[in-house]
Write a protein that binds this ligand. Structure first.
Ligand code: PRX
Length: 654
C-alpha cells in the first residue's frame, strides 16, 4: 500500500485562494473563536443547543478505545427532534420538504405538520404489523416521500432500520437483510429512473426468497401498476394505514437512550461482505445537526438542497436528520439531473429559490460536460453557498461550480467524511476559511485529524501519508454490526487508539488538508465506494469465468471507472456478447453502479510467485502508466500481453 505520488504533485500545482466574502462573513453562523473552544465545552454546549432531551445527559463522553459513547444517561427521540418539536413550537405550517417527482408535473410542499401526520400514521401502520422498539426493519426504496416517512416512523418507534440504496440488486439487498436479521421490509411497487420504471418490488421478491427472516413486506404504491403481492406476507401501505390515527398522541415517540441503535448502513470494505456500520442516537443527531448548522450556514428562511440519494450516508445525515433537526426547509428530487432535459436542476433551484446546494464532484463534472448554457437560462441568484462531497474534487470542477452555478460569488465548501464518520470532519467554515480549490481545508472544530507515515509519526507539511483521527467525535461509528474483530482490524489496528481512515492525504504549510483518495482496494465510482473484491466475486460467480481481477482507472465523469480482467474457463471463448453478459451479471449481483466500464479477457492474470494478484500493475495497465516494479511477477510477459489487450478492448468499448 502506498500513497500515489503523481496525485500529490498534481494538487500541489493549485495556488488559487478565495477568502470569505466580507458580507457572508459578517452574517455567518460560525464566527471567529469557534476553533478556540475546548473540546468538552464545545460539545456540551452543542448537545444542549441542537437537541431536545427527554432526560438530560449527565456525562459528555466515554472513550474506551476503540469504543466511544456520547451523551451518556441522556434520553431523546430522533423523530421528536426532527418533526414533533417543530410543530409544537409553532412551525407546523413551515415547509419541511419541497418534493419533486421525476415526472415534471408531480410536486408537493410537505409542511412539518403534514410530515408529522404522515409519520404518525405510518408508524401506527408499522405497529399494527408488530413493529416495536428493537424490531429490525429494512427499507429499499427510491426517493419517494414515503422513504423519509418510513425512516422517521422507525425512529419514532425505536425500531432500528437499514436503508438499502434503490440501485442495488436483489442479491445485494438480501445480503444486508440477512446480516441485520430484518423482519419487516418496506419497499415500493416501482421507482422512476430516467423515465424508466425500476421494479423495486420484484427485486424485493427475489431478495426475500433468500432472506427467510423477513416475515412482512410493506409496499408503498408509487406507480399503481399491478405487481405480484404474496398473500399473508405483502401488504400495501395505503391499505394498512387506512383508518389509523394521525394524531401524535396515538403514537408517542419512544424515549431512547443516547447509545441505542438508530440505524445500520452497509458500506464496502476490502472483503466481499459489506460492513454494517453502526450509528446510534444522541451523539449522531448532535453531530450531524451541529456540522450542518455551521458548515452550511443554514438560516430559518433557507431552502437547502442536498442532491444526494437518501440511500447513502450523505442522504441520511444531510437530507434527512440534520436539516429536519435544525428545522430547515429542504428539497427532495426523485430523479436524474437530465430528465426531461439538462435544465431540470436549475429549474428546481429557480422555482424554490434554493440558497444552499450540496452535491458530488461527479455530478458537477456531468454538468460541465453538458455545458454552462443550461444553468445560464435560469435565475440562480438565490444561491449563497455551494458544497461538495464524496471524492476529491478537481480544481477545475470546483472553479466551474463556483463560476457557473455560484455566479462567481458563493463560497464552495468541500466536505470530507465517510459512512463511518457519520458527520463531516474536514471542511471549510464558509464565513471564516480561505478556500483553495481541491482542498477540504481544515478539521471541523475539535476534530483532531493528522497525516501519519507508516510508523505512526506525523509527516511534515507537503508530504503525503495516511489520514487519521486521534480523538473521538459524537457521530462516529460505534462498531461493525456483529463483527467486533473486523471493526478492530479495519480501523484500529494500524495505529494504536487512533482511527485509521483508509484515505491518503497531505497537509500543506497552512495546515490545509488535501485528500488523495482510497489507499485500499476500494474504488470510488460516482462518489460511491465499491470494493474490488465484491465485483470480482460477482464475475467469478458467472459459469464462464475462471478468475477475475478488478481495479479502478480514472474517469473524467465518474471519478473512477471499473476495469475488469477476466480469465475464462477453457469451455468458453471470449466474445463481444460475453462482455455484455458479464456486465449484466455484475449489475444483477450488485447493481448497475458496479458494472465494469471495460472488460479485458486474458488467459493469465499477473501474479506474484506466491499467487497473489498484482493489482498495482493492473492499475498501471488500466491507466496506461509506465509499469511499476515487476520483479516479483511469476511471469512478466503476462503484463505486456495485457497491455496490448487493454488497448483493443477499450477501443471496442468506445
Ligand atoms: O475516500 C474518501 C471519499 O469517500 C470516502 C467515503 O465514502 P462513503 O463512506 O461512501 O461516504 C461518502 C459520503 C460521505 C472517503 O473515505 N471522500 C468523501 N468526501 C471526500 C472524499 N474524498 C475527498 N474529498 C472529499 N470531500
Amino acid at each position: 500500500m502506498s500513497v500515489d505520488a503523481n496525485r500529490i504533485d498534481a494538487l500541489q500545482a493549485e495556488g488559487r485562494t478565495f477568502p470569505p466574502p466580507p458580507d457572508f462573513a459578517a452574517q455567518a453562523n460560525a464566527q471567529a473563536g469557534i476553533y478556540e473552544k475546548g473540546f468538552e465545552e464545545f460539545w456540551e454546549e452543542e448537545g444542549r443547543r441542537r437537541v431536545t432531551w427527554y432526560k438530560p445527559f449527565d456525562k459528555l463522553y466515554e472513550w474506551n478505545p476503540p469504543y466511544a459513547k456520547w451523551y451518556l444517561g441522556g434520553q431523546l427521540n430522533v423523530c421528536y427532534n426532527c418533526v414533533d418539536r417543530h410543530v409544537e413550537s409553532g412551525l407546523g405550517e413551515k415547509v419541511a420538504f419541497y418534493w419533486e417527482g421525476e415526472p415534471d408535473d408531480e410536486r408537493r410542499a410537505v409542511t412539518f405538520a403534514d410530515l408529522q401526520r404522515d409519520v404518525v400514521r405510518f408508524a401506527n401502520g408499522l405497529k399494527k404489523l408488530g413493529v416495536k422498539k428493537g424490531t429490525p426493519v429494512g427499507i429499499y426504496m427510491g426517493m419517494c416521500m414515503d422513504l423519509p416517512v418510513a425512516m422517521l416512523a422507525c425512529a419514532r418507534l425505536g425500531a432500528p432500520f437499514t436503508v438499502v440504496f434503490g440501485g442495488f440488486s436483489a442479491d445485494a439487498l438480501s445480503g444486508r437483510l440477512n446480516d441485520m436479521g430484518v423482519e419487516v421490509l418496506i419497499t415500493q411497487d416501482e421507482g422512476w429512473r430516467k423515465g424508466n420504471k425500476v421494479p423495486l418490488k420484484a427485486h424485493s421478491d427475489a431478495a426475500m426468497e433468500m432472506s427467510p427472516t423477513v416475515r412482512t413486506c410493506l409496499v408503498s404504491r408509487r406507480m399503481g401498476d399491478p405487481i405480484n403481492m404474496r398473500e399473508g406476507r405483502d401488504v400495501y401501505v395505503d391499505e394498512v394505514i387506512q383508518g389509523l390515527s394521525d394524531d401524535p398522541s396515538s403514537c408517542p415517540c419512544e424515549p431512547m437512550d443516547s447509545e441505542d441503535l438508530l440505524y445500520l448502513l452497509y458500506t464496502s470494505g476490502t472483503t466481499a461482505k459489506p460492513k454494517g456500520i453502526v450509528h446510534t442516537t444522541g451523539g449522531y443527531l448532535v453531530g450531524v445537526a451541529t456540522t450542518h448548522y455551521y458548515i452550511f450556514d443554514v438560516k430559518p428562511e433557507s431552502v437547502y438542497w442536498c442532491a444526494a440519494d437518501i440511500g447513502w450516508v450523505t442522504g441520511h445525515s444531510y437530507i434527512l436528520f440534520a436539516p429536519l433537526c435544525n428545522g430547515v426547509t429542504g428539497v427532495i428530487y426523485e430523479g436524474v439531473p437530465n430528465h426531461p432535459n439538462e435544465e431540470r436542476w436549475w429549474e428546481i433551484i429557480e422555482r424554490y429559490k434554493v440558497d444552499i446546494l450540496y452535491t458530488a464532484p461527479t455530478t458537477i463534472r456531468t454538468h460541465m460536460k453538458w455545458g454552462p448554457q443550461y444553468a445560464q437560462k435560469h435565475d440562480l441568484s438565490s444561491l449563497r453557498l455551494l458544497g461538495t462531497v464524496g471524492e476529491p474534487i478537481n480544481p477545475e470542477a470546483w472553479i466551474w461550480y463556483r463560476e457557473h452555478v455560484g455566479l462567481g460569488r458563493t463560497p464552495v465548501v468541500d466536505t470530507w467524511w465517510q459512512t463511518e464518520t457519520g458527520m463531516i470532519l474536514i471542511t471549510p467554515l464558509p464565513g471564516l476559511t480561505t478556500l483553495k480549490p481541491g482542498s477540504a481545508t481544515k478539521p471541523f472544530p475539535t476534530v483532531d485529524a493528522a497525516v501519519y507515515d507508516e510508523r505512526g509519526h506525523e509527516v511534515p507539511p507537503g508530504q503525503g501519508g495516511y489520514l487519521v483521527v486521534r480523538k473521538p467525535w459524537p457521530a462516529m461509528l460505534r462498531g461493525i454490526y456483529n463483527d467486533p474483530d473486523r471493526y478492530q482490524e479495519t480501523y484500529w489496528s494500524r495505529y494504536k487508539d487512533v482511527y485509521f481512515v483508509g484515505d491518503g492525504a497531505r497537509k500543506d504549510a497552512d495546515g490545509d488538508f488535501w485528500l488523495m483518495g482510497r489507499i485500499d482496494d476500494v474504488m470510488n465510482i460516482s462518489a460511491h465506494r465499491i470494493s474490488t473484491i465484491e465485483v470480482e466475486s460477482a464475475l467469478v460467480d458467472h459459469p464462464a469465468v475462471a478468475e477475475a481481477a478488478v481495479c479502478g482507472r480514472s474517469d473524467p465523469q465518474t471519478g473512477q471507472a471499473i476495469v475488469a480482467y477476466v480469465t475464462l474457463k477453457a469451455t468458453h471463448q471470449p466474445s463481444v456478447e460475453l462482455l455484455s453478459v458479464l456486465r449484466d451479471h455484475v449489475s444483477m449481483k450488485i447493481g448497475k453502479i458496479a458494472a465494469p466500464a471495460n472488460i479485458v479477457f486474458t488467459p493469465e492474470l499477473p501474479k506474484t510467485r506466491s499467487g497473489k494478484i498484482m493489482r498495482r500493475l493492473l492499475r498501471d495497465v488500466a491507466e496506461h502508466r509506465t509499469l511499476g516494479d515487476t520483479t516479483t511477477l511469476a511471469d512478466p510477459t503476462v503484463v505486456e500481453e495485457l497491455r496490448s489487450r487493454a488497448v483493443t478492448e477499450e477501443g471496442k468499448e468506445q
